[in-house]
Design a protein. Structure first.
Length: 313
């Protein structure tokens, strides 16, 4: 678990880069720090592994104040992924991934086995273990950066704009692979991004920041449908409809969908599917969904009406 209490960071420019922020990241949770450039999210991330020290307040990892832990020991226990991967250009892929296990004096056979496991999980070919970073694509380099952060199986993973340097198609593919990694199920993750879609796709909870202060922390649906202030409300306006449809599940609007369905030529989904997924499938034909003991036909009109009803509750 990660906990920040009344944390501020002052650089001497007349204002706090981070101004009296508090939040908790639970074990096994992905917390996304979201906001525009200069809002303090990367500074906040760096306070967790003591790349920066807080001016005031406390930062705790697993119940211990990070200032009581030697910085090198702390960083060895925390995975860190950078936007531009931060790979050592003169190291092979295998050598890059092995960096922290070697610092921790792992046996050679254990290190090699761990590297091979991560290569497989991150869809990197075994022969690429002997390649150098410049011989890889941007997406492959980012996968290696993620593998290096995961190599020593740290309980905490910090990620600073990890997919920001990738082209849109590669970014989407790598995000999907990241989200499906079984490695993450036991990790506490803090991820920094300015990409709203990325935050909603990956985050269990989102901490929205502006000018060094937290505006609201909560699950994606809470920020969308129950904004704490005008800043939060306005921040999502440019993508609001898509975000709302991606966040809501068919089960959330089930009572607003008319009873009945046509059994011919349909695509079957569960009510756990998002409204956005259901809309995407409608272009290929009829869609029906099952929820508990009932089945209904899903139409575009039913989804939009259900969304409006949900927003007025």
């Amino acid at each position: 678990m990660i906990q920040l209490r009344n944390v501020s960071k002052f650089f001497g420019n007349g204002k706090n880069a981070v101004d009296d922020i508090s939040f908790t990241v639970n074990d096994g949770e992905i917390m996304v720090l979201l906001g525009t450039s200069g809002c303090g999210k990367t500074t906040t991330l760096r306070l967790i592994n003591r790349l920066l020290d807080a001016t005031s307040g406390t930062v705790e990892v697993n119940g211990e104040n990070v200032k009581n832990i030697p910085a090198t020991s702390l960083r060895k226990s925390i995975g860190y992924v950078l936007q531009n991967n931060g790979l050592f250009p003169h190291y092979t892929v295998m050598e890059n991934i092995s960096t922290v296990p070697q610092l921790l004096n792992w046996p050679k056979d254990k290190t090699i086995a761990r590297c091979q496991t991560l290569l497989h999980k991150l869809k990197l070919a075994p022969e690429q273990a002997n390649s150098y970073p410049h011989q890889l694509s941007g997406g492959q380099q980012q996968r290696v950066g993620l593998a290096r952060a995961l190599a020593a199986d740290p309980p905490v993973l910090l990620m600073d704009e990890p997919f920001g340097a990738l082209d849109p198609l590669t970014r989407y593919a790598v995000r999907q692979e990241f989200k499906s990694l079984d490695e993450l199920h036991t990790k506490t993750v803090v991820l920094v991004t300015h990409d709203i879609e990325e935050a909603f796709q990956l985050g269990d909870r989102i901490c929205l920041m502006n000018a060094g202060r937290i505006q609201q922390t909560g699950r994606p649906a809470e920020l969308l449908f129950h904004p704490a202030n005008d800043f939060v409300r306005n921040f999502f306006d440019s993508q609001r409809t898509q975000l709302e449809l991606s966040t809501l599940h068919i089960s959330d609007i089930w009572d607003s969908i008319p009873d009945g369905y046509n059994d011919n030529g349909q695509t079957k989904i569960t009510a756990d599917a998002s409204c956005w997924e259901a809309l995407s499938l409608l272009s290929s034909g009829r869609v029906i969904a099952g929820h508990k003991a009932s089945t209904k036909e899903i139409t575009g009109t039913a989804i939009m009406n259900g969304l409006q009803t949900y927003k007025t509750r």
